[in-house]
Design a protein around this ligand. Structure first.
Ligand code: ATP
Ligand code: MG
Length: 554
């Protein structure tokens, strides 16, 4: 696999592992800690890449950890999907797959340790009171319970665990600094009471640790050296360090924050993606218009294209929004090199070659890729009746039109030069059949006399082509930033984000298309079978991306 490009995180790590650094002589060890409450999206792919890619670069290790300290929301379906997506992206956690909830007992122990050290206390302020007593920049926060005896806190905390108190009645708070300019340090809550069912621990616990307390402990228990997370945790780092400093944890990880990825014309938060699914705006988490990894996979994205995207957007400290067209650009780059070529007609009309024998069929050996002979050839058949795109014929051509119109010559890709002789129309004036004559001297599409033929069109043989449904996609939202709208973001769903073409004709070789194959359909873009809806009886192809690159390097 490609080695990740350098960035500021690697500069920090280089310092840390150099002689005299905090991790001198240690293996770099990172982790990817998704909360299993939804499917991974392209933003997560960045975090996966940063954590796994960095470990790989330093010959280190990266753990996969389900951050499931929050009860009730998690689901096994999500856990399995997350594993599948990370594997598909090409990363491997070996035997280091963990659940944060497995550390509940240890976390409880560290909380007791803090109380014993006089560094935590049980507070009986309600949520509302706590907000009221929070103070502001010039006024410190306050809690009348701060100086209660250690023994009392120990007793209350134990009884909290035993279920004696109802939700919200008490919390365990760190005793840090009520006047801190960083509000996260004003005696933050470490534990709350919640009589909620947990997907793994069931009803064993009725107190749950807060993220800021749990996360550094999870990292320390696993021997993580570098905890790479997104920028919103920057102001929480002093608390992260405080926890690591004050508990007798086996190791002292370092948190480094990087910018979140945003992409325009889509939404990325799991809550919003879930809303799209639950309100049936899309066909599930893996709808090809979704920015989820499974959606991109079904759409036709390759792991290499997503890795290349996450590498090229870079890792920095500045949040930015990347154009969707750049993601498409990365896919096009990959598929242009690696996808086999084929022909498909999306909106067919008949083309009859009137001077071609009715009972004759010819075979042409066509290369699968213009630059890669090693990708081999395939057989394309030709006969008297073909299908061509309806837009490749105009009875009365517009200016500069170089395709079929009466009297004009066109190259039928890889086969022959034909000259258009006319057409049939139905009662509404729509063209039903186009007629042409072929030049037998031009086999393979060459002109021995050197005459110029400007237009080349794709086609399929009407005799053996296969029927298919083809789905074309556009942005899921009509506005660049659906999150920033005043009303509900679902009001901005693009009604034309999905176009279903029912009457497409494919060259016969595509009968053998595999579910993971990608093709360039000549002049139409890059396509793959729809992994969910395509069957042997009814082929369904998705257009992953068109041919035209709207991304311009700035
Ligand atoms: P969301 O807001 O989309 O629900 P989250 O941060 O709650 O995301 P987690 O499951 O907690 O989702 O995320 C796991 C990891 O992925 C975290 O370390 C988080 O920082 C990172 N991550 C999530 N979204 C992005 C993003 N858009 N860009 C980069 N990293 C991200
Ligand atoms: Mg989260």
């Amino acid at each position: 696999m490609e080695v990740m490009s350098g960035n500021f995180i690697h500069t920090f790590i280089d310092e840390d592992i150099a002689e005299g650094g905090a991790y001198y002589g240690k293996k770099v060890h990172t982790r990817f800690p998704p909360e299993p409450n939804g499917y991974l999206h392209i933003g997560h792919a960045k975090a996966v890449f940063v954590n796994f890619g960095t470990a790989q670069k330093y010959n280190g290790l990266c753990n996969l950890r389900m951050d499931d300290t929050n009860p009730s929301k998690e689901d096994v379906e999500y856990v399995d999907a997350i594993k599948e997506d990370i594997s598909w992206l090409g990363f491997d956690w070996g035997d280091r797959f963990y659940f944060a909830s497995d550390y509940f007992e240890k976390m409880y122990g560290y909380a007791v340790e803090l109380i014993e050290k006089g560094l935590a206390y049980v507070c009986e302020l309600t949520g509302e009171q706590m907000r009221e007593y929070r103070g502001d920049l010039s006024t410190p926060a306050k809690s009348p319970y701060r100086d209660r005896p250690i023994e009392e806190s120990l007793d209350l905390f134990k009884r909290m665990r035993e279920g004696e108190f109802e939700d919200g009645k008490m919390t365990l708070r760190a005793k840090i600094d009520l006047a801190s300019g960083n509000f996260n340090m004003r005696d933050p809550v470490l534990y709350r009471i919640s009589h909620a069912h947990h997907h793994r621990t069931g009803n064993k616990w009725c107190i749950y640790p807060m993220y800021d307390f749990a996360h550094p402990i999870e990292d320390a228990i696993e021997g993580i050296t570098h905890s790479l997370c997104t920028l919103e945790f920057e102001a929480h780092r002093p608390l992260y360090d405080w926890v690591v400093e004050n508990i007798s944890a086996p190791s002292k990880p370092r948190q480094i924050e990087f910018a979140r990825l945003g992409i325009n014309n889509t939404v990325m938060s799991k809550r919003k993606l879930r809303q799209l699914v639950e309100e049936n705006h899309v066909d599930g988490w893996d709808d090809p218009r979704m920015p989820t990894i499974c959606g991109l996979r079904r759409r036709g994205y390759t792991p290499a294209s997503i890795r290349s995207f996450t590498d090229q957007i870079g890792v920095s400290k500045v949040n930015s929004t990347v154009e969707y067209s750049f993601l498409e650009h990365c896919l096009r780059d990959d598929l242009n090199e690696n996808a086999a070529r084929a022909m498909a007609v999306l909106d067919p009309i008949k083309l009859v070659i009137t001077n071609y024998p009715e009972d004759k069929t010819e075979e042409f050996e066509v290369e699968n890729h213009p630059n890669h002979p090693e990708m081999g050839t395939r057989t394309v058949t030709f006969s008297r009746e073909l299908y061509i795109e309806s837009t490749d014929f105009m009875e009365e051509p517009i200016k500069k039109y170089q395709r079929l119109y009466p009297g004009n010559e066109v190259r039928i890709k890889s086969a022959y030069i034909v000259k258009c002789t006319g057409c049939d129309k139905d009662e509404n004036g729509n063209v039903t059949t186009v007629y042409a004559e072929y030049d037998p001297e031009t086999r393979g599409g060459n002109t021995p006399d050197g005459r110029k033929v400007r237009g080349t069109i794709h086609w399929v043989n009407a005799e053996d082509c296969i029927d298919a449904e083809i789905r074309l996609y556009d942005n899921l939202f009509t506005v660049p930033d659906p999150d920033a709208q005043e009303d509900d973001f679902t009001n901005y769903i693009n009604p034309e984000s999905l176009t279903v073409l029912n009457n497409c004709k494919l060259e016969s070789s595509l009968k053998n298309a595999g579910k993971t194959d990608r093709f360039q359909f000549m002049r139409q873009g890059y396509f793959c079978l729809d992994s969910k809806d395509s069957t042997d009886d009814k082929l369904v192809f998705n257009r992953a991306v068109g041919l035209k690159d709207s991304f311009k390097k700035k």
